[in-house]
Design a protein around this ligand. Structure first.
Ligand SMILES: Cc1cc2nc3c(=O)[nH]c(=O)nc-3n(C[C@H](O)[C@H](O)[C@H](O)COP(=O)(O)OP(=O)(O)OC[C@H]3O[C@@H](n4cnc5c(N)ncnc54)[C@H](O)[C@@H]3O)c2cc1C
Length: 400
């Protein structure tokens, strides 16, 4: 048997990061979406030489991965001074400023856009400032990376790349750069990550919205609109003059997303989200504690290398920022925490999402699988959301 990423001795599940396909010089690996809505490598055994390079860059085969204990990283809360930037970003609009600065320094910027014809998140390479706009805002499912990563990995021109992505994607790029002794070629920025749900969840949800509104294709979708405030997850959809937002009280996508029964298996106990050793900067929402009543968005920023420090320092004047404590930031994240994996529930939800039932039926059936306590908590939260923000956000704190 040739040694490649499909070998059964892998230590962990596939994240779908796509790095294996980008390093294979024989083009023996294609990244395909599987039946359950997750990206997976597919090997053409006829083209595979068994060189095993793909396993050397792969998290699944990395027996050395260490979840570091270091807690003295320089950390910040940051809020973009420009209100328009803040409004269009998921958190405190740190990402766009880092991207602009990288571009100014001659890096190409690799980020995640939404493809409106494929209805998928796609990792792309931006070479000019106006191309950066497409990367604004989180798209809450795994992006297809293979084409961009391949172009970047095979670029021998001396061009440098600033890569923005999930911890598993950034971990993979870092492994590749270590292996090729090319760390000068990259600057790496990742995000705190809850995990990525099946792409079928997005398909089912979008199908319902399109049907309800009798719209075939949207001009713009904001996956993390602040219409209901930074603490509420909300979609904004735009078609011509029509503009509408998802419900603040009950939203099928977010219920399943946060219900954690439809995630990629690798996301339940992912180690890459629990370390910052492979990234230069990690950014996310500054959840918990001091910003609980903020409604516009605050970023949490962890600086984990000299390169990261130098980059953040050069854009710091764009933000209102404050020093923060590493533990304060990670305590509100899934850093070093595994999500509970209930295989029966997960399998049922994934097969429903891949079947013919509509998203509302999936949600109803999923609720029936949950405990009485979980359902009461969800209903209570939804009722409390009718209160003014100043009261709701205080009560929500107590419900955690
Ligand atoms: C799947 C997913 C899960 C997340 N989970 C958490 C979490 O648990 N806790 C937390 O604090 N933050 C989480 N985030 C990160 C958070 O939503 C923001 O992306 C981050 O704080 C940057 O926000 P911003 O305001 O600086 O800029 P924004 O303008 O919102 O920047 C978006 C950035 O995210 C990148 N991006 C967008 N979609 C994707 C994607 N599908 N995959 C990879 N990169 C993407 C863009 O390239 C850009 O760099 C998650 C994001 C994603 C995509």
């Amino acid at each position: 048997m040739k040694r490649n990423v499909c070998n059964p001795e892998a230590l962990r599940d596939c994240t779908g990061c796509g790095i294996c396909a980008s390093v294979c010089s024989f083009d023996a690996i294609k990244i395909k979406e599987d039946r359950m809505g997750f990206y997976r490598p597919e090997i053409n055994e006829a083209l595979c030489t068994g060189c095993s390079l793909c396993t050397k860059v792969c998290y699944r085969f990395d027996g050395e991965i260490s979840v570091e204990e270091q807690e003295d990283h320089e950390c910040y809360s940051a809020v973009n001074k420009n209100d328009e930037e803040l409004r269009s970003a998921s958190s405190g609009a740190v990402s766009i400023e880092l991207m602009r600065e990288c571009l100014k320094r001659g890096y190409y910027v690799v980020g995640v856009a939404y493809d409106y014809s494929l209805n998928r998140a796609v990792t792309r390479i931006a070479k000019s400032e106006n191309e950066l706009e497409q990367f604004k805002g989180s798209k809450y499912f795994q992006s297809y990376t293979a084409d961009a990563f391949k172009e970047m990995a095979r670029d021998k021109s001396g061009q440098k790349y600033a890569v923005f992505g999930t911890p598993c994607q950034i971990y993979a790029v870092s492994k590749m750069s270590d292996l090729k002794a090319e760390s000068d070629k990259y600057i790496l920025v990742d995000i705190f990550c809850h995990g990525c749900p099946s792409l079928k969840l997005w398909d089912k949800y979008l199908e319902k919205i399109k049907e309800q509104k009798n719209i075939d294709r949207f001009d713009l979708i904001s996956f993390r609109s602040k219409t209901h405030g930074w603490h509420e997850y909300c979609f904004d959809f735009v078609k011509g003059a029509q503009h509408f937002s998802s419900s603040k009280y009950n939203d099928a996508f977010h219920e399943i997303f946060f219900g954690k029964d439809a995630m990629n298996e690798a996301c339940y106990d992912c180690l890459t989200r629990s370390t910052v050793v492979k990234t230069d900067i990690r950014m996310g929402d500054f959840w918990g504690g001091r910003y609980d009543l903020n409604t516009k968005g605050v970023s949490a920023v962890i600086i984990s290398s000299e390169k990261g420090k130098e980059l953040f320092d050069s854009v710091a004047h764009k933000f209102y920022f404050d020093r923060a404590d590493f533990n304060e930031i990670i305590s509100a994240q899934s850093y070093k925490k595994a999500h509970n994996l209930d295989n029966n529930r997960r399998n049922s939800v994934l097969s429903m999402l891949s079947g013919d039932e509509g998203i509302d039926t999936v949600v109803r059936k999923h609720r029936r699988m949950l405990s009485f306590k979980t359902n009461v908590k969800r209903n209570l939260k939804s009722i409390l959301k009718h209160l003014p923000d100043s009261i709701y956000l205080r009560l929500k704190k107590k419900l955690r």
